[in-house]
Structure formats: structure tokens, C-alpha cells
Design a protein around this ligand. Sequence first.
Ligand code: GLA
Length: 384
Amino acid sequence: MTLTASPGERFRNLTGREARIFSAPGRVNLIGEHTDYNDGFVLPMALDRRTRVAAASRDDGIIRCISANLPGTIEFSIDQPIVRAGDWGDLIRGIAASLLRDEYRLTGADLLVESNVPIGAGLSSSAAIEVATGYALLCLAGEPVDPVDLALAAQRAEHEFAGTQCGIMDQYVAALGVEGHALLIDCRSLEYRAVPMDLDGARIVVCNSMVRHELSDGEYNLRRAQCEEGVRRLSAHLPAIIALRDVEIEDFDLYGASLPPLILKRCNHVITENARTLEAVAALSRGDLVTFGRLMYASHASLRDDYEVSCPELDLLVEIASACDGVYGARMTGGGFGGATVNLVRSEAVPAFIDSITRAYRARTGITPETFVCRAGGGVRIEN
Ligand code: GLA
């Protein structure tokens, strides 16, 4: 209640105006990593941690934005070409530019952004800002909102204003997340199935390594290009394939050996991760947390060894988790190169787990990890 009220009150103090409050969640991906841009499957859940945007329209075409968490005031006109400036305001500029390109008629706006999604932890704080802001701008302008189109506009903002050729997972779940559920997203058809998170006495625990995750240094885009190269080469044997999503494990066993070793490893991760994701959904649906946990560990090993997007701190968190009582599974979550792990832990074991992992990780790295239990939240919405 206070959280919901606070951006509105701040906004009133700053501008003397009443605001509408919009919000969108961060996400934790349970399994299905680096599969989205291969037309594959992912299983994220929206977090119960959100970005809130207090917003009121202006009639001069200016968008003015401040953040409770980040410095400076962002200001630009929707009547002028919108260009990158290299600061956090690019998230706001990017989504506004994307929506204008999609021919939505926006108005100017005063915006106050406030978030409790950890930044740089691989929990999609950027997607939460883009989607919440995009929703705010559309609602202020009285434009209809199609959540899939909003997600696609936010993804394009990321491509064009952040330079990361990301897939659709983060923006999609920020827009369409369903309370109490994870989403099995088919990243080709852009349809989803809501999978109930009835964990039967278990909890999802996030452990932030506090090593900042940065995708912009080119490794992410490089992985994407390596997957595309794999598709090009494999299509000599399998002419019908369009993306790695289309490659069956049996066919890969036959033709994978024709690939250069590095491309082989990258493709192996994606093809097996797609299969793991579908298997994990089946396991979750029958309440088989042991199998789900085993698939989480296998996903981590594949991301570490074949896709090479983990880092020593994430590996350490998974290693420590695997030795704790009551842990079904653990893996890095999100793009990698730092960020957080996701852990499936029996409810009664959670306090001891958090205590052990905090101590052991601190002892080995000198860093205190941030840990929290999360529930599946809902997607973008109006709060008032
Ligand atoms: C980042 C991207 C997503 C997805 C993940 C890896 O979060 O934004 O599109 O590719 O990495 O699964």
C-alpha cells in the first residue's frame, strides 16, 4: 500500500499534479536460457518486484522523466528525432521512439520512475522500465494496448537504443506475466501457456552474485551470431530448418559433427535446452520437483560448459546450493556474465539455505550476496 502510494505522493510533491501509476515486473527465468532468439521455448515467471511509473500527460510534446533510483532528469521532445544519449534515459527514449515508429500517437508526459527490481542482476530491470513506461505513454495518450505489441516495441527499443540483440522473453513476461504462474512462451508463435507455480512446499529463491551483469560488451550478440552460423551450416543437411528450434536432437547427433567445434557447443546448448524446457514443464505439471531440479542443474552445466555465459561467482553459487539440504536445483538465470541464480528449495529448508549460501559465498569471494524468496507476480498494469 505504501509502496503503491509513494511514487504518486512524490510526483505530487514534485509537480503539484496528480499522477496515474503504472507498473511492470522484473522476471526470473526458471529454465530455457538463450533459447528465445532461436525461436525456442522459455519458462520465466514475473517477479513480485516491480517498476512503478507515476505519469501525467503534458500538452507541449515534452517527455520529462526522473528516477528515484538513478541520477539526472531526462528530457526530450516527441516532435523531434529521438536519439541515444548513452545513459539510463535511453530506456525511456527507446520505448517512446519505438511506439512512435509503430505510429501510436503519444502525448508529452511527466514521469517518475521507481523500482525495487535489482539493477544489473539479470532480473530484467530494464524490460520492467521499458514496458511500464510504454504502457504509461499509451494509456496517457488514450491509445489501445496490445501487450504482445508492447513487448515487441520494448524489445526493439533494446535493440536500437541499448545495442543488445535480445530475444523477446523479458519484455514478454513483463507485459503478460500471470500472478501465481510461470509462462511457457513459444518464442516463434509468441503464444504462451500459463503454468501454475504450485510448488507443493517449495520456494523459488534468487541469489544475486552482486557481480554486475553486462550484455553490452558484445558477448551476447556474438552468441546470437554463432547460433545463426549453426543454422546456416546445418541447413546444408536439414534444408527445412529456419532456426535451432527446428533441429531435433537425433538429427543433431547425425549432423552436428560437421560443425566447427565452437559452433557445435553453442548449438548443443540451445538444442538440448529447448528439450529440457519442455521436459521441465511436464515435470512441474505433475509436481515432480526432483526432475525439475535435475533439469535446472543440467541447464547450468550446459550454459557453463557449452554456451560459456556463466562466470566463477555464478558457478560457485550453484556449487554451494547443490551441497545444501532441501535444494532440488539451481542455475544461473538470465543472460549471464554475472547476475543471479535461481534455486528451487523446500520451504522448511529456506532459512538454513539462505544462511549457508550467504556465509559460504562471502567466505570464498568476500562478497555478500543478495538473496530473496519470490512469488510469481502479474504483468504490466495500472495501479490506481
Ligand atoms: C537476456 C535477454 C533475453 C534472453 C536471455 C537469455 O535476458 O534479454 O532475451 O535471451 O538474456 O536467456
